[in-house]
Design a protein around this ligand. Structure first.
Ligand code: MCF
Ligand code: FE
Length: 405
């Protein structure tokens, strides 16, 4: 079945366009005026959106931890180390309390904010069933964690089991199996390299948390600081398993999505850029865990904007995240920032996750989010800004050409 959707504005790679319509099945067939498309597809179903609507490619949240969706007040916000301590204390209870119902509700929150694809960072594989059932495309990042050489093989074995399970659901759902390395301080370099090799061998998307806090930087650089006490207390070790350079080199020949990077310096960011990597920027998470601000205005590598989990956030609504980003990055002219942010959650994010969406262009998947503005924008160059400021929930969502909202 061919559909033709018409909206006041369409967000295209050439900017916001008026007087155009999009013909699609599960993919985008053609973009032209309504009259021309009607003549070409006389039997198409015509979808006329409401007044003041903007048709966007479906939005993409590249980094979320659904398993922590039960957190409301258990985890301590404000500063990274107290947060990490509270994770150790409450992790089991929080993950245990987080049933499918809670995770389904959060997938729905994302859907209502226009998210048609998300990257799920999975520590235990508990959210797999919900991710198989949710209408969205899911890049399922199986997380590897374990810094102690003694237990590393066992943890690696468990990780590989989860990777295999997620690979087996590939055919029956919209799931893409993928790999997440937790962080440089928590993963032993031997199993890190094994996991990177698995990603290479099966061309699986790869991500890692990297240089999130000042404590992480101090530990990796000097073997000192707050993480030292943490490792002595919980893991009976007092030296880091790797350093910043060695960790970065492990990803040299495989483009990886580096989450946070708030504490990375210019040379490190340049190195990542040169190797073709990208960044997941999580503004609210960084603020809530007291990690600082990623200077997006000076970045020379592509980045996405993501919510992180409810372990370090208050909602998984992508518009809440974009509004927070507008506030946090007051250095950037607001109109320009608004456009950059929309680009980050569409075109950039799709490219980073390797999904054939994120652009309204012929041949792309028919994933759309329709935003209804409160009135016709007075100035066309402000459409992205008004979309971000005035949207709590989108009006319509299509994934693979099917309507879900
Ligand atoms: O991205 C945030 C902050 N940085 C690191 N980890 C997590 C975040 N949200 C949840 N986590 C999880 C992570 O996946 O918390 C655990 C890991 O399983 C922390 S390590 C004890
Ligand atoms: Fe995270």
């Amino acid at each position: 079945m061919t559909h033709i959707i018409i909206a006041d504005y369409i967000y295209t790679p050439e900017g916001f366009q008026e007087n155009l319509a999009v013909a699609f099945t599960h993919i985008i067939k053609e973009i032209d005026t309504l009259d021309i498309l009607k003549a070409k597809y006389p039997h198409a179903n015509i979808i006329q959106t409401a007044e003041h609507c903007v048709l966007y490619p479906g939005f993409i949240n590249t980094h979320v931890h659904l398993e922590f969706s039960a957190n409301k007040t258990a985890l301590k916000y404000g500063s990274f180390m107290p947060w990490l301590d509270s994770v150790i204390e409450h992790r089991e209870a929080l993950v245990g309390k987080c049933d499918n119902e809670i995770m389904r509700r959060e997938c729905d929150t994302m859907l209502r904010s226009g998210i048609t694809t998300f990257g799920a960072i999975s520590s235990f594989g508990n959210e797999l069933e919900v991710c198989e059932e949710t209408p969205q495309r899911v890049v399922f990042f199986n997380e590897l964690i374990g810094s102690n050489a003694q237990y590393a093989d066992m943890l690696y074995g468990d990780f590989m089991e989860r990777v295999k399970v997620s690979m087996s659901c590939q055919k029956s759902s919209r799931i893409t199996p993928a790999i997440a390395i937790h962080s440089p301080y928590s993963v032993h370099p031997i199993i890190l390299q094994k996991a990177v090799n698995v990603a290479k061998e099966h061309t699986l998307p790869l991500c890692t948390h990297f240089l999130e806090s000042q404590a992480e930087r101090e530990w990796l650089e000097h073997g000192k600081g707050e993480l030292k006490g943490f490792f002595e207390k919980y893991f009976k070790t007092s030296t880091p398993v790797t350093n910043i350079q060695e960790f970065m080199y492990a990803f040299d020949r495989y483009p990886t999505h580096f989450t946070h990077c708030v504490q990375a310096n210019k040379a490190e960011l340049e190195y990542l850029a040169q190797k073709g990597h990208s960044i997941a920027h999580c503004p609210r998470s960084n603020r809530y865990l007291g990690c600082g601000r990623l200077a997006i205005e000076t970045l020379s590598l592509p980045y996405s904007v993501a919510t992180d989990g409810l372990s370090s956030n208050d909602s998984l609504n992508i518009f809440d995240e974009l509004r927070a980003a507008l506030m946090l990055h007051h250095q950037v002219p607001i109109e320009k920032l608004a456009n950059t942010l929309i680009n980050a959650i569409t075109t950039n994010a799709a490219e980073i996750l390797g999904i054939n969406s994120g652009k309204i262009e012929v041949g792309k998947l028919a994933d759309f989010a329709v935003v209804t503005l409160p009135e016709m924008p007075k100035r066309k160059e402000e459409i992205a800004l008004w979309s971000i400021l005035h949207t709590k929930e989108v009006s319509e969502v299509y994934i693979g050409g099917e309507k879900y909202i």
